[in-house]
Ligand binder design. Structure first.
Ligand code: PLP
Length: 386
């Protein structure tokens, strides 16, 4: 099996992650904040330790700014629905994932907010002048996808965030594709809230995510309410951070797996991880560019980007290429719209989408070469265009 779908979820996980999760599952662990026995205490300690690791990873001062969630989607919903009030104006970009555009479109449809979408250029970068024009003094929130899960384009967040601040608004950064491969500093970058997926470049288990609340955030309505393990006599949700946002039993193996993922990233170095992944993209880009009947979307390898590459073979439906790669070559990619219809609208690939390849740190050059050989064989087939 050649796994080239790390933008969906990373595989394999680093050895220390797998080992730790197996250990927890075989030795057992309790529920954080619930029970006065040693297993519960161990779980509380384990979860809090990972919270501290995330605090350092994103360069924050306080642990309580790290909220554990069940996915990036969960965290995005929490930030969007907890922050916005009736009548607010919101700006997003044409690279957003459905986990941002769907909740906001529903709020717009219900008359709760008004929404504008900033356009992108052909490479997938936000057009700064257009972005600037859309943000007004009524704009409460701007949501930006840091790294596109379709083109790999990484947005100039310092510049965009500065514009947002100058206009008196707040920036929510969707770092689902960048946390772990692009350095992020919450205190020195103009980011107010950040969302990361635990199971992608942070190497955690599926069912994990993080919401990070920056220093300009003082208030957020809880999106989920219920048991927090303390203050149980109170009828209402506690106001303490992070407990106010973490109702329900934590995904303890998942959270601890993210902590191990952070250990791996810190030991290996973000720069080394990104360099290795981008060398695979450069190899893919060079090979696929040789074909007249292959169109590559997104920025060139030397531009700010992650290791996500989209392409189409003329005459082939993207989904069909994905199926042939899987069935005949055991190569796993992601074909279609990748949950980002807005991106495919500006790429002019809607509704068919693209074939997306996303190598990871553990991908080898041989995997890339085998993939290229499979594409050569598929691209040589003369498909009738109807
Ligand atoms: C840019 C982006 N945002 C959000 C998500 C949603 O992540 P999750 O599956 O953890 O909810 C993804 C997942 O593919 C993504 O690529």
């Amino acid at each position: 099996m050649i796994y080239l779908d790390n933008a969906a979820t990373s595989f394999p996980k680093p050895e220390n992650v797998t080992k730790k999760v197996m250990e927890i599952l075989s030795l057992g662990i309790g529920t954080p904040g619930r029970g006065n026995h040693i297993s519960a205490a161990k779980a509380t300690l384990g979860v809090n330790e990972v919270r501290g690791k995330f605090r350092d990873f994103f360069n924050l001062l306080e642990d309580f700014r790290i909220i554990f969630t069940y996915s990036a989607t969960d965290a995005l919903n929490m930030a969007i629905k907890g922050f916005l009030n009736k009548g607010d104006h919101v700006v997003i970009t044409h690279t957003e994932h459905n986990s941002v555009s769907r909740p906001l479109k529903a709020m717009e449809r219900d008359g709760f907010i008004s929404l504008d979408i900033a356009p992108c250029n052909e490479e997938g970068y936000v057009i700064i002048d257009e972005f600037k024009k859309l943000i007004t003094d009524k704009t409460k929130l701007v949501v930006v996808n840091h790294g596109s899960n379709v083109t790999g384009a990484v947005q100039p967040i310092e510049e965009l965030g500065q514009i947002v601040r100058e206009k008196g608004s707040y920036l929510l950064l969707d770092a689902a594709q960048t946390a772990g491969v692009v350095p992020i500093d919450m205190r020195n970058m103009p980011i107010d809230m950040l969302v990361a997926a635990g199971h992608k470049s942070l190497y955690g288990l599926q069912g994990t995510g993080v919401l990070v609340l920056g220093e300009r955030i003082f208030k957020l309505r809880p999106f989920r309410e219920g048991g927090t393990g303390f203050d149980s006599q109170s009828e209402c949700q506690p106001v303490n951070w992070p407990e106010a946002y973490e109702s329900g039993t934590h995904n303890v193996p998942g959270i601890i797996s993210m902590g191990e993922g952070l250990n791996f990233i810190n030991d290996t170095g973000i720069k080394n991880i990104a360099e290795r992944e981008l060398s695979h993209v450069a190899r893919l880009y060079e090979y696929l560019s040789r074909f007249d009947n292959i169109k590559i979307y997104g920025p060139a390898p030397d531009k700010p980007r992650t290791a996500v590459l989209s392409f189409n073979i003329l005459g082939w439906e993207a989904e069909d290429v994905g199926v042939v790669l899987n069935q005949n070559y055991d190569i796993h990619t992601r074909a279609g719209l990748q949950c980002s219809p807005l991106t495919h609208q500006f790429l002019d690939t809607f509704p068919v989408g693209t074939v997306r390849v996303s190598p990871g740190y553990f991908t080898t050059e041989k995997d890339i070469d085998n993939f290229c050989n499979a594409i050569r064989r598929i691209a040589q087939v003369d498909v009738p265009v109807y």
